[in-house]
Write a protein that binds this ligand. Structure first.
Ligand SMILES: C[S@@+](CC[C@H](N)C(=O)[O-])C[C@H]1O[C@@H](n2cnc3c(N)ncnc32)[C@H](O)[C@@H]1O
Length: 279
C-alpha cells in the first residue's frame, strides 16, 4: 500500500509518459468520451454547439470556405466541425485515432449524404498526397503534445499545406496556467463509471511545473483486476513561445484571436487562437 501511494504521488518529468492513446482509444473510455463530446451541458471534450456554429461562421467568412475548399481537421473527433464544413461544400478530410468517434462521424456523414474522407490514424504519422487550403487543430490539442510531438505535427502541417493555405489552432494561455493549483483527490467510482464499468478506486493528482509552464492531471485507477494510469499533460503558451515553435517549422503566425470563433485577441483570455501560413 505504501509503495502504491508513493507511486501515485511521484512527479514524473514533463511529457515523459504518453497515454493520450489510451484515453481516446480504450473501448470503455472512448465511449464515455463520445458521450462527453455530445453532451451539451459541458465543454470538456468538444465545445458546445452554439460556439461551434459561431466558429464555423467565422471560419467560413475568414477563409471564404465553399465548394472546393480543401480542409483537413486534425483530431476531428465525432466530426462536429467536419460535418458542418462539408455542408458548406468543402472537401473535408477528418483525421482521428478514436475509432469510436469516427464511427459516429461516418454515420453522421452518411445520414446527411456528405462525402467526408475520415482517416483512422495517429495524426503524428499522417502522410497524404493531398494538399489543404485550411488545416484545423481545434480544442487545444496542441497543448497535450510533447515538444517533440509538436514539432512533428507542425512539420506535417507545413508539408500538407497548399499554396496560400493556412493553419488554425487554439492553445491554453499563461493566464490559464496562473490559475492552476496543485491538488489531490480520491474516491470510489470517482467520475461515476467514466474509467471502467468495474468497481474502482481512483486517485487524481495534479502537478504544476512552473519553469516549463506545463501541468499534469495524473489519474491512477485501481480495479479488482488491473491498475490504469492516465497522464494528461498540458503545455501553456504566450504569443512569443507559440510563434517560436511555428517559426522553427517554416510557419509564421499572421493573426491572433481570443478563440477559434475569431473574437479579438484578449490578453486575459484563458485560451487564444492563431492563424499561420508558410513563412
Ligand atoms: C479534445 S478532442 C477535440 C475534438 C474536435 N476537434 C472538437 O473540437 O470537437 C481531441 C480529439 O483529438 C483526437 N486525438 C488526440 N491525439 C490524437 C492523435 N495523436 N492522432 C489522432 N487523433 C488524436 C482524439 O481522439 C479526440 O477525438
Amino acid at each position: 500500500m505504501y509503495k502504491k501511494l508513493v507511486a501515485i504521488n511521484e512527479r514524473p518529468s514533463p511529457f515523459s509518459i504518453y497515454t493520450a492513446d489510451t484515453l481516446w482509444t480504450d473501448p470503455h473510455i472512448a465511449q464515455q468520451m463520445l458521450k462527453t463530446h455530445l453532451d451539451q451541458s459541458t465543454d470538456r471534450a468538444s465545445r458546445r454547439l452554439p460556439f461551434i456554429e459561431a466558429s464555423l461562421g467565422w471560419l467560413q467568412r475568414r477563409f471564404n470556405i465553399g465548394p472546393g475548399t480543401r480542409i483537413a481537421d486534425f483530431g476531428c473527433g465525432p466530426g462536429l466541425y467536419a460535418t458542418r464544413l462539408a455542408q458548406l461544400g468543402a472537401e473535408v478530410t477528418g483525421i482521428d485515432f478514436s475509432a469510436n468517434s469516427l464511427r459516429y462521424a461516418k454515420e453522421t456523414a452518411v445520414s446527411h449524404n456528405l462525402a467526408i474522407d475520415y482517416i483512422h490514424t495517429n495524426y503524428l504519422s499522417f502522410q497524404s498526397d493531398k494538399r489543404f487550403d485550411l488545416i484545423l487543430l481545434i480544442f487545444c490539442d496542441f497543448c497535450a503534445l510533447s515538444p517533440t510531438q509538436r514539432q512533428q505535427l507542425l512539420s506535417i502541417f507545413r508539408e500538407h499545406l497548399a499554396d496560400g493555405g493556412a493553419v488554425v489552432l487554439d492553445v491554453h494561455s499563461l493566464v490559464d496556467f496562473a490559475r492552476f493549483e496543485e491538488s489531490v483527490s480520491y474516491g470510489r467510482h470517482q467520475f461515476g463509471n467514466f474509467w471502467t464499468d468495474e468497481d474502482y478506486f481512483a486517485f487524481t493528482k495534479q502537478f504544476k511545473y512552473e519553469a516549463e509552464q506545463v501541468t499534469l492531471d495524473k489519474y491512477t485507477i485501481f480495479t479488482p483486476t488491473r491498475t490504469l494510469e492516465i497522464f494528461n499533460w498540458l503545455q501553456y503558451f504566450d504569443q512569443a513561445s507559440l510563434a517560436a515553435e511555428f517559426a522553427a517549422n517554416g510557419l509564421t503566425i499572421t493573426d491572433w484571436h481570443a478563440n477559434v470563433a475569431g473574437e479579438p485577441f484578449d490578453p486575459q483570455s484563458h485560451t487564444f487562437a492563431a492563424i499561420a501560413q508558410p513563412t
